[in-house]
Design a binder for this molecule. Structure first.
Ligand code: ZN
Length: 113
């Protein structure tokens, strides 16, 4: 379960940010979770409850924003939604494309009290 270490670093980021802003409590954590990220929502919620216990992030609401798998063409710059892992540019047919979104898991913002 690699979500454990993922959630540990996530809570670390949240607490650092909250302390810097002299928060009394973290109300909500907005997360970005890519469509094909290896991180799963349920284990994140599970570990978050355990790891945040006794911190000011305890009881915070987790909001997951799902991002689609997006590729970018290295030849023409076209950005497109990747379907069935087909990394071919729909505009110019080049296969010089890279994934620019859809695999991420990160903290986007937090709401504090
Ligand atoms: Zn292209």
């Amino acid at each position: 379960m690699h979500e454990l270490s993922v959630v540990e670093s996530m809570v670390g980021i949240v607490l650092k940010h909250a302390e810097r802003n002299r928060a009394r409590a973290v109300k909500k954590i907005n997360l970005v979770l890519g469509e094909v990220s290896t991180v799963m929502e349920e284990p994140v919620r599970f570990y978050f409850e355990i790891i945040s216990k006794g911190t000011i992030a305890e009881g915070a609401e987790l909001f997951f924003k799902r991002t689609p798998l997006i590729g970018e063409c290295g030849s023409c710059g076209e950005r497109f939604k990747i379907v069935d892992y087909d990394l071919t540019c729909p505009k110019c047919n080049s296969d010089d494309c890279s994934i620019i979104s859809g695999r991420e898991f990160r903290v986007e913002s937090i709401e504090i009290d």
